[in-house]
Write a protein that binds this ligand. Structure first.
Ligand SMILES: [Mg+2]
Length: 264
C-alpha cells in the first residue's frame, strides 16, 4: 500500500550520515525508513564507502532496520567500480587499494586480484584504513610503468565519524593523482550518475517519483542533479543547518522523520 500523499515511490538512501555516523546509528532517520517501508515505498541504499561489501551492508541494514534488505537493494562504490570495469573491459587483473569489502566485490564480479606490478591491468582505489606506502608504491608503479587503468571508487575527501571526520578515499586518490600526474579514468560513486542509470534501467519507476536522500550537497545533491532526480539533504551528517548549500537540493530538513511527518 502506498500512501498517495507521499510524492515518491523510490528513495535512494545514503548510509554514512543518514543511517549511521561512525558507530552511532541515527534513530530518527531509521524510524522514518521503517514508516516508509511499511507504506510500501521502495528503498535502495547507496554508499560511496567501499570498505564493506553489498552483502555486508545488507546484513547490517537488515539488523538495524528490522526489515529485510536484499543485496540487490544495496549499491556501494566498490560494486559500481567492479561493474563498470566488467561492462567496459571484461574480467581484469586488478590491484585494489582498499579493504575486504572492495576485494569481495571485485572477486564476485569475476575479476582477479594480483599484486605483481607487471601483471596489474587496473588499479581500483577505495577507502583503505590499512593503507601503507608499499600499497601506494605498487599502485603508482602499475599505473605509470604498466599503463594500468586508474579507477577510483569515489572522491569523498572525508567520512563523518562519531566525532568529526576521518580522511576518505578521495584523499588516497589525490595521493596517486599527485604522484602519477594522471586523473582516474572513472570515479564510480556519487556524484557520478552511473548508479542512477544502472538502477533506473532495472526498476520501473519514473524519474520524478525518485528521491535521493543524503547528508552532502557535493555528493548526494550533486548526484541527484546529475541524474535528473529530486534530492533531500538531512542535517544528521556532514551538512549542518548553517552550512552553505553548495548544490541546492530540492528539500533540506533536520532529519528524514521531519520530512516524512510533513506528508503524514
Ligand atoms: Mg553521506
Amino acid at each position: 500500500m502506498v500512501d498517495m500523499s507521499f510524492p515518491y515511490e523510490l528513495l535512494i538512501v545514503d548510509l554514512d550520515g543518514v543511517v549511521w555516523r561512525g558507530e552511532c546509528i541515527i534513530d530518527r532517520n531509521i524510524e522514518a525508513l521503517r514508516i516508509l517501508n511499511d507504506l510500501g515505498i521502495k528503498l535502495v541504499f547507496a554508499s560511496n564507502n567501499s570498505s564493506i561489501s553489498r552483502r555486508g551492508y545488507a546484513v547490517k541494514l537488515t539488523d538495524i532496520l528490522g526489515f529485510q534488505v536484499s543485496v540487490d537493494h544495496v549499491f556501494n562504490s566498490g560494486y559500481l567500480a567492479s561493474r563498470w570495469i566488467m561492462d567496459n573491459y571484461g574480467s581484469m587483473r586488478i590491484y585494489p587499494v582498499g579493504e575486504e569489502g572492495l576485494v569481495e566485490e571485485l572477486t564476485l564480479m569475476g575479476h582477479r586480484i594480483v599484486d605483481d606490478v607487471w601483471s596489474i591491468e587496473a588499479v581500483v582505489v577505495g577507502l583503505d584504513r590499512n593503507l601503507t606506502y608499499r600499497k601506494l608504491e605498487i599502485a603508482h608503479r602499475a599505473i605509470t610503468m604498466n599503463k594500468a587503468l586508474f579507477v577510483a571508487c569515489n572522491d569523498d575527501h572525508v567520512l563523518p565519524v562519531d566525532e568529526g571526520t576521518i580522511p576518505g578515499a578521495g584523499a588516497i586518490v589525490a595521493f596517486l593523482v599527485k604522484s602519477t600526474g594522471l586523473n582516474p579514468i572513472f570515479t564510480a560513486g556519487k556524484p557520478n550518475r552511473y548508479l542512477a542509470d544502472l538502477l533506473l534501467k532495472s526498476v520501473g519507476v519514473a524519474k520524478d517519483r525518485v528521491l535521493v536522500v543524503g547528508d552532502r550537497c557535493d555528493m548526494d545533491a550533486k548526484f541527484a542533479l546529475n541524474s535528473g532526480l529530486d534530492s533531500l539533504i538531512v542535517f544528521t551528517g556532514l551538512t549542518k543547518p548553517d552550512t552553505p548549500l553548495t548544490v541546492k537540493p530540492k528539500y533540506a530538513f533536520m532529519d528524514l522523520l521531519e520530512f516524512v511527518e510533513f506528508y503524514l
